[in-house]
Design a protein around this ligand. Sequence first.
Ligand code: FAD
Length: 290
Amino acid sequence: MIRKISDILKEKQRTYSFEFFPPKTEKGRAKLPEVAEVFKDLGADWFTVTYGAGGSTREVTMEIVDELQKKFSVPVLHHFTCVGHSQEELKKILGEMKRRDIPNVLALRGDPPEGQEFWTPTQDGFEYCYQLIELIKTFGDFFSIGVAGFPEGHTNCPDKATDTKYLKIKIDAGGEFVITQLFFDNKDYSEYLDRAKKVGVNVRILPGVITITDYQVLLRFCKTCGATIPQKVHDIFKPLDGNKEEMYKAGVKFAVEQCNDLLKRGAPGLHFYALNKVEPTREVLGKVNR
Ligand SMILES: Cc1cc2nc3c(=O)[nH]c(=O)nc-3n(C[C@H](O)[C@H](O)[C@H](O)COP(=O)(O)OP(=O)(O)OC[C@H]3O[C@@H](n4cnc5c(N)ncnc54)[C@H](O)[C@@H]3O)c2cc1C
């Protein structure tokens, strides 16, 4: 029986989770359990596997979740989006998750498919994430549900206050914890916690952290997900562009400082965008004052 994340959150004051994406190659797929094992031994509370992000194959998410859960007895949070699915299909996939004893789901709306600029719901699908949560709740208490949070506000949302209002709707619908988009200014996280508290969001908000190891990748990544790169980050990493070794060192240093500061600010743990690699996340984790 796989544990629900909501139960882990009741027991532990701080949690550490690690996000993977479905590898595109057989080699990558074969290596993923080795990566997961390293994080398991370092005390991973759960892993997460993305769904369709960046054009990755969606069917394979469930297979990987199933495989990692069985192999390590560590809960694996199945990301799940509304993109391209009718309500009937969404229900069917949730039924299959239940059949396979996958009780942890990160409910997401998803981004428009590649080549499409604006979001439009699939015919007979959902427009917003909270509707998916309502569907998940029709399975009773089987699922523990996480949702996405945006400390800087979601890119399509007019302002931060409205964004927090929508977060509250997701929590009221059944969201039990929040994992945030990556960000580099911890002030954004603290302000997000304050805003969420003010509107009555009392669930844990886990900061999503990424370690910068490549300046060009950072630019691309943030353009895609809408995260701001503060001037301070450009100042540190731009001069190191192309210098792999120094970039790596600076990335680890920045991430360790960011993580330690987040924990000092009261973050209830850390969610690492590990990108299917052991390093640099292992090094960062080893230097964080857990
Ligand atoms: C931790 C994390 C993991 C992610 N994993 C994946 C993944 O695996 N696969 C993937 O494709 N994407 C993933 N994403 C990206 C995510 O799908 C997109 O950012 C998406 O645009 C927003 O999803 P959401 O669930 O927050 O949507 P929603 O909460 O539905 O919000 C979408 C937009 O609608 C607005 N909105 C929300 N509710 C309402 C309402 N009631 N009325 C009017 N407007 C509303 C919001 O302000 C926002 O602009 C992830 C994001 C995060 C932070």
